[in-house]
Design a protein around this ligand. Sequence first.
Ligand code: G6P
Ligand code: MN
Length: 448
Amino acid sequence: MKIALLGGGGFRTPYVYHGLLGSRITTDELVLHDLEPQRLDRIARVLRGMARERGSEIPFATTTDLEQAVEGADVVLCAVRPGGLRGRAADERIPIRFGVLGQETVGPGGICYALRTIPVLMRMAEVVARRAPRAWFINFTNPVGMVTEALWPALGDRLIGICDGPSVLFHHVARTLERPVDGLWFDYFGLNHLGWLQSVRGEDEDLLPGLLADQERLETVPEGRMFDGDWLRTLGMIPNQYLYYYYSAPESVAATLEAGQTRGEYLLQQQTGFYQQCPEDSCEALGGWQATARQREETYMQDALVLHAPNGDACPVPVMGQVGGYEAVALAVIEALAMNSRAIMVLNVANRSSLPFLDPQAVVEVPCIVGAAGVVPIAIGEVPGHARALIEIVKEVERTTIRAALTNSRPLAVQAIADHPVVPSVAVASQIFAAYLEAIPELRERFA
Ligand code: G6P
Ligand code: MN
């Protein structure tokens, strides 16, 4: 099988390579595509170190030519970041100046990221549709929900949006319940970065009410300590980590102000340091990457975890990593497609009628059956009213954002921001958008 990884110079590429090295599928050809050759070079050194450490390798090529990268590919993995971490830093910092949530994918930050990203991805998707019409297009590019929905008309059901959040949550819950994750049924529904786990079934009973009732055990689930325990018992569900940014938006702003740095600003500094190193020795190249990755994982969503930890202690339970995040989901999807295993995974696909209150084309994040014929979402049915209401408004915001991105419409961009639940007024929305235009020249040109 030929696999093309778009954004191959990205920091998470070694996770995918590691997954491929341990996978049952045979990779005949792996091509890493990126716009920046220096980034490809830095990552290539890490992969060589990984192959050397493992004593086995998957040969790979690097290129800056998109057409060549995707030509005849069976699988295209897409994990790009138009505007880089500098763009992310602006997306997150500007709303904070107005006292509004500043986050990569939620609120104004996610909308601005989507406005920058969707046109770029539409052009990439067009190349893939032409040069690799049979390829599965697996999208990691954030905001995954909006990007996947925007690309759906171009790629149809060869397109799959993925996020590690739900499966990481399931692993955390299974670990606390001391049950193998594969033996449990996780009744999870929502949109990307906006979902809830509403029951966990073993052979017979629902294990979630017992877990919610036991505060001490609940706090061993990282998602269980991001939220107030009584609130979780009121909901009767465990939300996706990203609900923190809806339920505690002002607290998140306060935490960012106290830290003096947004996540994007922190990563910009950390990653610039990493890409500046270019060790000759491949083991050293791998070591540098591993140390940076560990640091990145350990600081992930610290604001949310520290806030709700007992005694204000930092959370000793890692949120990501270890339990198989990014690489595990990507590899599981590729294997299920290639081996027709009909595995069940939470993915982003067109709704059909999984969430009956949304139309069939709306991209949702729900458990799906994955096999050689593609990805079919399972029926969820009705959900609690508060979740439905939030999903409906955010889906509306997503669609307004997509229309704004495709037509370069200023009023639609302001409306998308104003309609978002974390934004307090139309005036603030319009000031935030004006500040984005001032800070980001590429956006200014398009929305002139
Ligand atoms: C999780 C989310 C991704 C997001 C990432 C951010 O993995 O599912 O969608 O991009 O966290 O992590 P970072 O280290 O970049 O803050
Ligand atoms: Mn995600």
